[in-house]
Design a protein around this ligand. Structure first.
Ligand code: KDG
Ligand code: MG
Length: 402
């Protein structure tokens, strides 16, 4: 089954998305997401200049071999640009394989391990009481798990706080917005927020929080310890994780479960974290961690060490990635939770899909393949717009992790 066409589609229905579309000689097409927020055109160019010309004439059925060909064949390994590009091709080939077999992708991945996939939504507010109201809105919508973020008193802008409504996109046009950071304010505030949320919503609601890489290991240890009475589902990205060993310090001090991995692109980024059981949830995603083929290997390693998955699912991951993630989540045994940030109506119109949300859970649907398509003529009406993620500075001006 030869590949006859492979192209990259860049569009901006509210935010930028990079999509690969591969078509075979018998007219079956598959899609893959290659979006890397703030660096979209680097991946688009890697695909169109270096990868897509290699695909024509290849057998679309040879998914593992194509993955190895693109990974080992480049000589230069890993990295978010390379791995997102490989991921998109890999996802499109899985889509084609499942469409050809006339089954939803999860059936090829071993079938359903559960009825539906637990997801968490994002609630945020400008202070504690507004965040309580935002969490209540998600509870009313049926969510069983909710991430809570709040503005920090005294800081002009804080990661994770939306501008009202359910859609949040931190990237802004033309130049990176600037956030402010002061660790002591943050560390004093967050335990108060979660104590209030527990008091309001009781013990059953699953509560999550994203530190977004902004603490040192010993600061993260303090936060984890102080959050223990609030029984978080997880504390995410407590420190930047280039240094995997730094999690040993956090782990020695707290029983708050830890999640990490949304910026990882390879199994080698989380090998120590998993094998030393330094984390509880691995958040690597289909799009940034080499596609279904590579993410399955990460999940299998994690399963041996009692680490569960919790894939990244922010709005910069397109509906194509969301669909792929849901098939993956439904099928693997050590699934934990899936992040679900709703896309805007414009995005959903460009990417019609069969996945659904009900009662705090999602299902990928029963359409053959991924169950998501792209309306190319609608996509063409939304051309690419350069946008940058924010940067973060301490109050004295020092650049800090965002
Ligand atoms: O592009 C960056 C976002 O995907 C990231 O900031 C979102 O941390 C994030 C999350 O947990 O969804
Ligand atoms: Mg995060």
């Amino acid at each position: 089954m030869k590949i006859v066409e492979a192209k990259v589609i860049v569009c901006c229905p509210g935010r930028n998305f990079v999509t690969v579309k591969i078509t075979t000689e018998d007219g079956v097409s598959g899609l893959g997401d290659a979006t890397l927020n703030g660096r979209e055109l680097a991946v688009a160019s890697y695909l169109s200049e270096h990868i897509l010309p290699l695909l024509k004439g290849r057998d679309a059925r040879r998914i593992e071999d194509t993955w190895q060909y693109l990974y080992k064949g480049a000589y230069w390994r890993r990295g978010p640009v390379t791995m997102s590009a490989i991921a998109a091709v890999d996802t499109a080939l899985w889509d084609i394989k499942a469409k050809t077999a006339n089954v939803p992708l999860y059936q090829l991945l071993g079938g359903a391990s559960r009825d539906a996939v637990l997801v968490y939504g994002h609630a945020s507010g400008s202070d504690i009481e507004e965040t309580v109201k935002a969490v209540a809105t998600y509870v009313q919508l049926g969510y069983k798990a909710i991430r809570a973020q709040s503005s920090i008193p005294g800081l002009n802008n804080t990661y994770g706080v939306g501008h009202g409504g359910m859609h949040y996109e931190p990237a802004e046009k033309d130049a990176p917005p600037e956030n402010q950071w002061f660790t002591e304010h943050y560390l004093n505030f967050v335990p108060q927020l979660f104590a209030r949320l527990r008091k309001e919503f009781g013990p059953d609601l699953q509560l999550l929080h994203d530190v977004h890489h902004r603490l040192t290991p010993i600061e993260a240890a303090r936060l984890g310890k102080e959050l223990e009475p609030s029984h978080l589902f997880w504390l995410e990205d407590p420190v930047p994780a280039e240094l995997q060993e730094s999690f040993r310090i956090i782990r020695q001090h707290t029983t708050t479960p830890l999640a990490v991995g949304e910026v990882f692109n390879s199994i080698y980024d989380c090998q120590t974290l998993i094998q030393e059981q330094l984390i509880d949830y691995i958040r690597a995603s289909v799009v940034h961690a080499g596609g279904i083929t590579h993410l399955r290997k990460i999940a299998t390693l994690a399963e041996i060490y009692h680490v569960r998955t919790g894939s990244h699912g922010a709005t910069d991951l397109s509906p194509v990635c969301m669909a792929a993630a849901l098939h993956f989540d439904l099928s693997i045994h050590n699934f934990g939770i899936q992040e679900y940030m709703r896309h805007t109506a414009e995005t959903d119109a460009v990417f019609p899909h069969s996945y659904t949300f009900e009662n705090g859970h999602m299902h990928p649907g029963e359409a053959p393949g991924l169950g998501v398509e792209i309306d190319e003529s609608l996509a063409a009406r939304y051309p690419y717009q350069r946008a940058y993620l924010p940067i973060n500075r301490k109050l004295d001006g020092t650049l800090h992790s965002w």
